[in-house]
Design a protein around this ligand. Sequence first.
Ligand code: NAP
Length: 313
Amino acid sequence: MRVLVCGGTGFVGHALVPMLRHHGHSAVVLTRKSELPVRLVGQGVGILQGDLLSPSVLGLEMGDIDAMILLAAPRLFGKRLGNRRFAQLRTELTTIYSSALELANTRGCPIIIAGGTSFRTVGDQVADETWPIDRFGATSIGEGIDELVEKAVTAKSPKLVWMLAGQIYGPGGMFMTMYRMARKGRAPILGDGNNCLPRIHVDDCAAAFVAALEHVDTLATGERFIVADDVACTSRQFAEELAVLLHVPKPRPPPSFIVKVIIGKRLFESATMNCRVSNAKLKRVLGWAPRYPSFREGLQATLDAIGRGEVTP
Ligand SMILES: NC(=O)c1ccc[n+]([C@@H]2O[C@H](COP(=O)([O-])OP(=O)(O)OC[C@H]3O[C@@H](n4cnc5c(N)ncnc54)[C@H](OP(=O)(O)O)[C@@H]3O)[C@@H](O)[C@H]2O)c1
């Protein structure tokens, strides 16, 4: 397939684009930049310069496209998420998804879009794809997306598959902030650390997108897949395992009131939610299996890759 990857220059894109090539597909990356990142150059990847926030993106010449993958999104983390930034990012995110869906509509091709595992579970409850997405805290930034998806599914155009990923870690993206903090002995734990959050190694996440792409013809529009590894993991377990592998003392979470001031109430609320999920549908329907079944194998592989300098910028 000839696949247009919007956001192919980002953290997941760096893992996904070479994997598409490996599976015999050809990839064209839509980016606002004029050049591809160094690691994607020389791999037969095409580049299309465009901004999904600009209406001009709809008129770009791109030849025949068999499918689209949407990874483009503004970065939520790394800066305080106050009211003004939240409102601005929500508008940006909705516009990006709206433009991408419109692109797929006019090209008559299916689109696989990225989302998150926003489900609040209690005790031993495990959420699956039949659960409604629960928008609260920072995740309410995606309310506009829910409406766009509903419209596209009702109209049966464009054909859409929704990949709901847990927290993605690996050598790049926001994980590098966590890694740097952990190395300094500062705890990347928010709240008391006893909440579960689904995790997925970036390579396994990319493999799930490839599997969805290769099954897209057989899937119903609006189909959703939870993308997470096999093991429920608390924030504390993840941070402690990282500390062990880095040979630094076990982290102690900073006081919540300070964290709330630094990152904003919304981010704090979503980072401390309890969310346990099942990846059974992804395995059963798409034949996907994680290379890193838990954070333990995944973190070790991540640190090995960082050691080799294979970090996504
Ligand atoms: N990382 C996680 O833990 C996580 C968890 C669940 C879901 N997700 C979702 O998975 C997707 C991929 O995440 P990621 O971590 O790979 O993101 P990322 O590293 O921040 O990459 C975002 C990408 O979006 C592109 N982009 C941003 N604004 C754009 C615009 N206006 N027009 C065109 N492209 C634009 C950027 O491309 P250029 O700068 O080259 O234009 C970049 O390649 C996102 O939708 C994210 O919300 C991520």
